[in-house]
Ligand binder design. Structure first.
Ligand code: NAP
Ligand code: FE
Length: 366
């Protein structure tokens, strides 16, 4: 038995926002949640503001979302939205602003303590969310998750609620066309990681398998462009779509230890999210091979790669990471990451010792 639930309306293609502007209006007073530069540099913020002006919808902007947003940051964004009496949220940016838009939607609608957001059940329904991704990676525009940096636990932690799926998402390659090349690579690897972790997940279903393989096929078509930096607007829209497919997969299956161990690399060493996953992904796929031989072959075929070794080589060339680690650091990361819920979704048994071994294997012998 399996089920599939994804209530977000996806609208994709060049100029999709301008041509469907009424779909963006989810209330009578908007708050825009975005990063320091991504809203402006993508061009999406200007287009959104133009539509709101034209439609006579009052709006305000919170543009101080940090990368890997902390609980404190999203709390402030939520209090801002509340003070502005916003009744809908427009998130513009990469995963960080989109995840923050979800948190702000919860805090603006409710009077709860900051940590209560992790309960996933709220007295009042969160404000409706319009999501406009400007990176092609997290798929946050089609997931119910929001991942926050929790300094007191020295890690990143997610909350989830079916009420946090955005109501509508706009995918336009013009918005991610100008992301720095290394960010484009990191985020594409995040999308690949979602497809692979979802496909090899204990919670995988025929629906998510189908979507994951298609996501990988699209990503495979753009690996060369990601290496060379030669991506057209249409390529960028396709990459956004692949990222949404990855999001649709993990919205059902969740992620695995690749993500929970990756959070440690981001928290302690500031390694970007997608890169952190990519450093561990090849080894994870190798460990799945015993139980999931056929599936590993199918995912390699979808990626047009001959072997897992070649997958590791591809990831290494996309992700030049110079950060060094000590064995003691990696042991301390495993101590935290083993506590994550998604350990249970792995197709093989996971212990703290195994996580330490994976981290050492991937990060000490490069
Ligand atoms: P990000 O942290 O949102 O953005 C990375 C950098 O790219 C930022 O400096 C950002 O600038 C910049 N940027 C974004 N769009 C740009 C554009 N069009 N042009 C120029 N620069 C641009 O990175 P991300 O990888 O997309 O998101 C990572 C976050 O998402 C992590 O916190 C991760 O845990 C989370 N995540 C969530 C889910 C989910 O299901 N909700 C899944 C996976 C990951 P600004 O600083 O100006 O924004
Ligand atoms: Fe991710």
């Amino acid at each position: 038995m399996y089920s599939y639930f994804m209530p977000t309306k996806l609208i994709a293609g060049t100029d999709c926002l301008k041509n469907n502007s009424s779909q963006m209006i989810l209330g009578s007073r908007a708050v825009i949640i975005t990063g320091k530069s991504s809203g402006k540099s993508s061009g999406a913020l200007g287009e959104v503001q133009e539509i709101l002006e034209r439609e006579n919808i009052p709006w305000s902007v919170y543009d101080r979302i940090e990368n890997n947003p902390s609980l404190e940051c999203v709390w402030e964004a939520g209090q801002f939205a509340k003070s502005q009496k916003a009744d809908f949220v427009i998130g513009i940016g990469g995963g960080s602003p989109l995840d923050s838009a979800k948190a702000a939607a919860v805090y603006a609608a409710n009077t709860i303590a900051p940590m209560d957001i992790f309960k996933g059940v709220y007295p009042v329904r969160p404000l409706p969310i319009c999501a406009i991704p400007t990176t092609a990676g997290t798929g946050s525009e089609v997931t119910p998750y929001s991942i926050l940096t929790l300094n007191r636990e020295q890690t990143k932690k997610s909350f989830t609620s079916p009420e946090c799926f955005p109501a509508v998402a706009f995918l336009d390659g013009r918005y991610n066309k100008n992301v720095p090349l290394q960010t484009a690579r990191n985020t594409a690897v995040d999308a690949m990681s979602h497809c692979i972790e979802g496909y090899l997940n204990k919670k995988a279903s025929p629906a998510t398998d189908y979507i994951a393989l298609e996501g990988l096929r699209i990503l495979a078509r753009h690996l060369k462009g990601l290496m060379d930096g030669a991506l057209s607007v249409d390529d960028c829209t396709e990459l956004l779509f692949a990222a949404s497919l990855g999001g649709m997969v993990i919205a059902q299956t969740g992620t695995t230890i690749v993500h929970s161990m990756g959070y440690q690399l981001t928290y302690h060493k500031d390694i970007p999210h997608g890169m952190a996953n990519g450093l561990l992904l090849g080894k994870f796929a190798m460990l799945c091979q015993g139980q999931q031989t056929q599936k590993v072959q199918r995912l390699l075929k979808a990626l047009s790669l001959p072997s897992l070794k070649e997958l590791c080589r591809t990831l290494a060339s996309l992700l030049p990471c110079k950060t060094s680690f000590s064995p003691e650091e990696l042991e301390s990361y495993a101590k935290i990451s083993i506590q994550a819920k998604n350990v249970e979704s792995c197709p093989f048994p996971v212990t703290r010792e195994l996580e330490t071994e994976i981290l050492k294997d991937c990060l000490l012998n490069r």
